[in-house]
Ligand binder design. Structure first.
Ligand code: ADP
Ligand code: MG
Length: 474
């Protein structure tokens, strides 16, 4: 499964030269991030971290990941409309996890009032690793599906060109010609534009709901610019702005300082730290509104780790997607082992199994954004501590995926150029739009490959662990 440039990795002079070209090409292509020192200004920026070379990805697994994306879109959309399933699945979690409980309360509140929203837009990213079996064969295993604020669809649209150039500099022109074009930003914008159009008001704007600290603004700008190119107005606001300027009219149309909002695209709102009392109020206001939320709160809940674990139970997919046996088979083929830690015999048994053999598992709380999972000795200690308390229920347990590492250079500003043993995670972007009961758009919108050194168990690009990459299909 190795890429055909292992020879190059050992040629220090060639690597140095290629890395210098790579960094300049990345800056020219717009593979950019703001700096940690000035996260809210674009006066001084840097390149977003990326690999010197593309990483090998088995073609069959890459195609499998694309082929199942529409099925996952369908599934997430179905879960978001299934109150009974969400209620039952999250019942144990919301007793112990305050953040999920607060999201759930808003969900119930907007359902009780009756939904004003009639157009639904989902943008998700299903992430996978390539599990290496005992026979050496790799299998596609889903890590998670992100149903809110799935990022890097913009910057990754620009990495393939950088890697193409690097391969040419290294004398690999033939290989360079095989790198695939990839433009998730365009696909994401297509979905947002469709939702905006169905909302049906020319004057209304698309609102990007953004963080207070906006280091990754260029990734978002890629999508924003696609919308401006379609003559759709975009505004960028924070939860606090919504609290201060947001209002609903009698038909629950959403206004920001008098400007009607057709689509709210959340790039924020998935971690508890975002929310103080005022921001919770802002979130409720948005959810009650007629505006198309991407995602609505039900779809955010559909992306919780607890829901993911429940999906792997025999019979659950059949209940959620009746009449779709082939979609179910494709979805199930990507699942890793997932286990409930709810109170009871099953949870007791799994907790004991994981304590006895922690390296087989990952322990996951209901959190997003990287850096929250527990591994190895830490997993064992935490489970040991909470194994007899209800707190156990706020976690799920997952089989640890063990990919085959490969050598690469991770280019990061102010870091020395050194070879690392790396593993990669493939994400496929999905976009869908539903009007009432009818799905009017359902697509895979492109891919993202992120690569990290094996010494880090966890963490994404924004967390400073993984870097952007380009798949080289083998
Ligand atoms: P988050 O919502 O924080 O992104 P993830 O489930 O994606 O949570 O986990 C974060 C990271 O932890 C992943 O990007 C991956 O590197 C690692 N990870 C998660 N689950 C597994 C697993 N089952 N096996 C190996 N590594 C995993
Ligand atoms: Mg993740």
């Amino acid at each position: 499964m190795a890429a055909p440039w292992q020879d190059v990795l050992r040629d220090a002079a060639a690597v140095r030269e290629a890395a210098a070209v790579a960094v300049d090409a990345a800056l020219l292509a717009g593979v950019l991030m703001r700096t940690g020192e000035q996260p809210n200004a674009s006066d001084v920026v840097n390149y977003a971290p990326f690999t010197l070379l593309p990483s090998a990805v088995p073609r069959a697994l890459f195609e499998q990941a694309y082929a199942v994306q529409q099925d996952f879109n369908l599934l997430v959309d179905a879960i978001s409309q299934n109150k009974e399933f969400l209620e039952q699945t999250l019942a144990s979690t919301i007793k112990v996890d305050d953040f999920t409980a607060r999201l759930f309360r808003i969900y119930m509140q907007v359902l009780e009032e009756g939904l004003a929203q009639t157009v639904f837009l989902g943008i998700n990213r299903s992430d996978y690793m390539f599990d290496c079996g005992l026979d050496g064969a790799a299998a596609l295993r889903q890590i998670e599906i992100n149903t809110i604020a799935a990022s890097f669809g913009g910057l990754t649209s620009r990495t393939a060109d950088v890697h193409k150039l690097v391969l040419k500099v290294l004398g690999k022109s033939e290989e360079a010609s095989h790198l695939l074009p990839n433009n998730p930003a365009k696909g994401l914008a297509l979905g947002i534009a469709k939702a905006w159009e169905l909302y049906g008001s020319q004057r209304a704007v698309v609102m990007f709901l953004v963080e207070n600290i906006q280091r990754n603004i260029f990734d978002q700008r890629c999508v924003e610019i696609e919308l401006w190119n379609r003559n759709i107005r975009v505004i960028r606001k924070r939860f606090r702005d919504v609290f201060e300027q947001g209002s609903l009219d009698g038909c629950r149309r959403l206004y920001m300082d008098g400007q009607e909002v057709a689509v709210v695209y959340y790039r924020e709102g998935y971690v508890p730290q975002t929310y103080d009392q005022q921001n919770w109020e802002a979130r409720l206001l948005l959810e009650r509104s007629r505006a198309v939320k991407c995602p609505d709160i039900a779809t955010q809940l559909a992306g919780t780790k607890k829901v993911q674990q429940e999906l792997s139970r025999p019979g659950t997919l059949e209940k959620l997607l009746p009449g779709h046996p082939q979609a179910i088979a494709r979805i199930r083929a990507t699942f890793a082992g997932l286990y409930s830690l709810d109170e009871g015999e099953e949870g007791d048994r799994m907790a004991a199994t994981a304590i006895a053999d922690p390296d087989r598992f990952v322990l996951k709380p209901q959190r997003e954004g990287g850096g929250n999972n527990l591994y190895g000795e830490e997993l064992r200690q935490v489970l040991e501590k909470i194994k007899d308390s209800p707190e156990r229920t706020s976690y799920i347990l997952m089989d640890k995926i063990k990919p085959q590492p490969a050598l690469n250079y991770l280019l990061r500003a102010h870091s020395p150029l050194q070879v690392s043993e790396c593993i990669s995670e493939l994400g496929i972007f999905g976009v869908y739009v539903r009007q009432g009961r009818e799905l009017v758009l359902n697509q895979a919108a492109g891919h993202l490959l992120r690569t990290k050194a094996i010494e880090h168990a966890d963490g994404g690009v924004a967390a400073g662990v993984a870097v952007l990459d380009t798949p080289y299909l083998v």
